[in-house]
Design a binder for this molecule. Sequence first.
Ligand SMILES: [Zn+2]
Length: 112
Amino acid sequence: MVDCHAMRESMTLLLTESLDRSRREQTHEHIESCAACTAEWNAYKETWSLLGALPELDVPARVRDQFLAEFATPENVVAIRRRSSARWLAQAAAVVVLVGGSYYAGNRTHRV
Ligand SMILES: [Zn+2]
């Protein structure tokens, strides 16, 4: 069985289509059968589409590192590096901001 925590990790990768086929299907199946993950997934997708409408922005290295530290397994890091899209990282980091909340708040005064 898969657990919800693992599914949350898969969601960010699902958004970027970085999952292999079997894992993608497994994640979708879990989302459909789990109310908590359905709600989480809807929030991810909503955020993602909002961010997709924004212009590209630079991702501070610390935010990117934070993202990798929190969400990436060694296997996933390989996938992320292969794609190496700044826009992708911006979106992914912003999802982390949404989820992590307080992390970005501390840096905000510098960036605005
Ligand atoms: Zn779940």
